[in-house]
Design a protein around this ligand. Structure first.
Ligand code: PLP
Length: 435
């Protein structure tokens, strides 16, 4: 069967609103370490890891063996009506690592469901369906998760069980607050929060949900300390803080284990997904016991915390901690970030090289105007693939190249990927000038 056949079959049976990457879509058929091979036998260095999800890499013996051990017991599924040893063990680890005192953990199958559960807990705890969210956010595809998603391209329905008021993100490049000097942006974001509370709510707001670094939004973020400054105001009103760590968790940012730690504040609820399963479906919420326990009826997830997925989760977390991958993310991420800044940071087409650890973005603009250049981002993205590197795209305007490689990325692989990136960016930018 050729890849074209598969593409035609895909298009015939799967919905068009579920996009495929690349003008000629890829079928990845095998993987090892940080490399994947397509159906034509071509191997790529993977700097996107299935959207930051293959956090340890491909074909990791420790994870494969943990899953195989569980499969050999004959028990793939029991439901949460029975004790699940792997689930309890993973909950204990997540609770210990969360930074939240004496928390409870609820497992789900996706980041969407994790956020949905967090919103269920917060709205019940506060007996209010009023919620604050941040512009340019992405929290998932259910009605409530979409309802707190501030990105038109990912908002497929206006139906919303919540009443949402929107805050500015305080990011450097876009939005009203970007006009302000760095030093003034936290104060301005706090002023915005106070104004939103006073003008767009009816009091008794349940929570603020925010990503420490906006993932789908193009890896943009407000100044360090912003969450703490927001929380001071939230605390005056008893409003809870939910940190969506679906992309920023598990040491990816290098400097911290969780994104929220850059802000000197502890959230009331934290949601996690993606990397913890290294491809197996594990996600969940960890949070203050009194908030988690506010759910007033049975809330049951058939597959959430399933024996196989939590066996994978335990193996992933053990591997991550045993190999101190947070430190690796800081070290190897710095090679990439510094290399990109030095080689392409001054190009007029590059508005910003940004990010933390192994969560890095390059934003493309039309020179001299600051206008987003999505076409250039796409050309760079395709050129990376042609050079043997998989990256991601994103941003409100689709003009950001995103890198979120496995946290096991080596220094040599970082340099190899950097060379491909730099070449792709320089070539595509030069072609843009020539056009
Ligand atoms: C920050 C964030 N929250 C939630 C989600 C939704 O997770 P899922 O796709 O597993 O439902 C995503 C997915 O990209 C995400 O990036």
């Amino acid at each position: 069967m050729t890849a074209d056949d598969l593409l035609a079959r895909h298009r015939a049976v799967l919905p068009s609103w579920m996009p495929l990457y690349y003008a000629e879509p890829l079928e990845l058929v095998s993987g090892e370490g940080r490399r994947v091979t397509d159906a034509q036998g071509r191997t790529y260095l993977d700097f996107f890891g299935g959207v930051l999800t293959n956090m340890i890499g491909y074909d990791i013996p420790e994870i494969r063996e943990a899953v195989e051990r569980q499969l050999r017991t004959g028990i793939v599924h029991t439901s949460t009506l029975y004790l699940i040893r792997q689930q309890v063990e993973l909950a204990e680890k997540v609770a210990r690592l969360s930074g939240i005192p004496d928390p409870r953990v609820f497992f789900t199958n996706s980041g969407t469901e994790a956020n949905e559960a967090a919103l269920l807990m917060a709205t019940n705890h506060r007996r209010s369906h009023q919620v604050l969210a941040v512009r340019n956010s992405y929290h998932g595809r259910s009605y409530a998760a979409m309802g707190v998603t501030g990105n038109r391209g990912w908002s497929a329905s206006p139906l919303n069980p919540l009443r949402v008021a929107w805050l500015h993100s305080g990011e450097r490049l876009r939005g009203l607050l970007a006009r302000l000097p760095e030093a003034d942006r936290v104060d301005a974001a706090v002023e915005d929060l106070r104004e939103v509370l006073a003008t767009q709510t009816a009091g008794d707001v349940a929570c603020l949900i925010a990503e420490p670094i906006q993932g789908v939004g193009g890896f943009v973020y407000g100044p360090d300390g912003l969450f703490a400054a927001w929380k001071k105001v939230l605390d005056e009103h008893g409003i809870l803080l939910v940190s969506d760590e679906v992309q920023t968790g598990w040491g990816r940012t290098g400097e911290h284990f969780w994104g929220y730690q850059a802000h000197g504040v502890t959230p009331d609820l934290l949601t996690f997904a993606k990397g913890i399963g290294n491809g197996f479906a594990v996600a969940g919420v960890v949070g203050r016991a009194d908030v988690v326990e506010s759910v007033p009826a049975i809330s049951f997830s058939t597959f959430g915390g399933n024996p196989v997925s939590t066996a994978a989760g335990n193996a992933v977390l053990d591997y991550l901690l045993d190999h101190d991958l947070q430190a690796n993310a800081a070290r190897v991420g710095a090679i990439l970030a510094e290399g990109l800044r030095a080689a392409v940071g001054d190009l007029p087409e590059v508005a910003e090289v940004r990010g933390k650890g192994l969560m890095l973005g390059v934003e493309f603009v039309r020179p001299g105007t600051g206008e987003p250049d999505a076409a250039l981002a796409t050309r760079v993205f395709e050129a990376c693939r042609a050079g043997g590197l998989l990256a991601g795209k994103g941003g409100l305007h689709g003009n950001v190249l995103r890198m979120g490689p496995p946290l096991t990325l080596t220094e040599d692989e970082a340099r190899e990927g950097l060379a491909i990136l730099v070449d792709a960016i320089r070539t595509a930018a030069a072609e843009a000038v020539a056009r």
